[in-house]
Design a protein. Structure first.
Length: 432
């Protein structure tokens, strides 16, 4: 399992590459890719998936019986970083790239480390337009910091200006441009490139650390760790076609910037998928509503572990530790969707599977952020719980998490997809 997780972290350098990696896993598991523009003819017992924008994925298996409910997990493919705005420009004997920030990253962690470029390129073809993924798998550029001799008070605190401090240096003035490298990599001419969506990528590989190898470090742990582990649990459990509940796995995009895109949690993407599935099989309106009442969704996005150097930044009543199990998140203002009902159901599932659960709450004087769940509830109003995995250094170029927690998430999600959950009434369920 750890090898699979590291593969996903290594290959998923952009949302497009993460989606392509997920698609490859689903292909290997026997799922059939569909296109939104095509007619869907779904067969009971078979698995299917679609991509939207090349960066969001929805995968499901049609049960062998009438759909009596949905079991859904949702994660996201994007991570904070630097989007490339334009080709290299010459300045003071060097070529630089022009970038702007995507999401709320810890800027200082991107300095003085080998970086490269990855993303998608839109090419002109004889028939129209095609998308090609690109990833320069080599050390290519750097964002150099200013020497301490020129900013003596930098260690007292520095406010980074992305337009000044964070522009990457490409190479000497006579170096090939980014377009030159793209043409060489893709085997095309400059006039064939219609547009591109590229970003900087940290070059560090996933690395196991700790006296006994308990933890690991990698870029994009938030949220590719949840994406990979929920997908592994989904594939493991989705082969069970006896259940009347339809399993659905989601990896959405643009969570780090508000989810308001057509491939984000605030769009109708998920509801469109549910409606298309129901439109492809015999059903009644009553069945649709009953299925929603018997459904459950897990919004899976990583959470903060209590930092050993800054324990006061966390709620002392709810310490979260690396290796402590799956994190269940609560927030009084509903920034997380977990309540007593959904939290109780998830705890019961995990207890039955022998999976440890720990609770995350913000300090009362820290508002905290939200994630996918409360946005998905606008179009998919089913009981939900916000879960995740504990990590340190969230939104840094490289983050830290625990191997045991990743394994716990796979087991928890597999148990979630296998459980027979049925609503007996408002607030009462059977779990089999």
């Amino acid at each position: 399992m750890i090898d699979d997780l590291f593969e996903f972290l290594r290959e998923g350098v952009t949302p497009y590459h993460a989606a392509a990696t997920a698609a490859a896993w689903l292909d290997a598991a026997g799922f059939t890719r569909l296109e939104e523009a095509d007619y869907w003819n779904l067969e009971p017992g078979r698995g299917y998936y679609i991509l939207r924008n090349g960066s969001a994925v929805a995968a499901w298996r049609v049960p062998g019986h009438a759909i009596g409910g949905w079991r859904i997990t949702a994660s996201h493919s994007d991570a904070p970083g630097w989007k490339i705005k334009a080709d290299t420009v010459e300045n003071d004997g060097c070529r630089r790239l022009s970038v702007e920030g995507y999401g709320g990253m810890n800027m200082a962690t991107w300095l003085d480390r080998p970086l490269t470029v990855a993303g998608r390129v839109l090419l002109r073809t004889e028939d129209g337009v095609e998308t090609r993924l690109v990833h320069f798998d080599r050390d290519l550029l750097v964002i150099p910091s200013l020497a301490i001799h020129m900013q003596r008070d930098v260690n007292k605190g520095h406010e980074y200006n992305p337009q000044i401090d964070m522009q990457p240096v490409w190479g000497p003035a006579d170096a090939p441009t980014l377009t030159d490298l793209l043409c060489e990599e893709l085997g095309v001419q400059p006039e064939d490139i219609l547009d591109r969506d590229l970003q900087l990528v940290t070059r560090q590989e996933p690395a196991v650390i700790g006296p006994k190898g308990e933890w690991f470090m990698a870029p994009r742990i938030d949220d590719l760790e949840c994406a990979a582990t929920t997908l592994l649990g989904f594939i493991d459990a989705a082969a069970d076609t006896d259940s009347a509940c339809a399993p659905l796995w989601l990896m959405l995009d643009n969570e780090e910037v508000g989810s308001s895109s057509r491939q984000g949690a605030a769009s109708r993407f998920v509801r469109d998928v549910l409606d298309r599935i129901l439109a492809s099989i015999p059903h009644s309106a009553q069945m649709e509503y009953r299925a929603l009442a018997n459904s459950f969704l897990l919004s899976a996005d990583n959470g903060h572990a209590t930092h050993p150097n800054f324990a006061a930044k966390s709620d002392p009543a709810a310490p979260v530790r690396l290796g402590g199990g799956v994190v269940l998140k609560y927030n009084a203002s509903q920034k997380y969707t977990t309540n007593a009902l959904s939290g109780g159901i998830f705890r019961a599932i995990c207890q039955k599977a022998g999976v440890p659960v720990q609770v995350f709450t913000n300090r009362a004087d820290e508002p905290g952020g939200s994630t996918l769940g409360n946005l998905l509830s606008h179009t998919v109003p089913v009981p939900m719980a916000d879960i995740g995995l504990a990590q340190l250094a969230m939104h840094s170029a490289v983050e830290t998490a625990a191997l045991a927690d990743a394994e716990a998430m796979v087991r928890a999600v597999a148990a979630f997809y296998r459980v027979h959950l049925r609503a007996l009434g408002d607030g009462a369920y059977t779990l089999e």
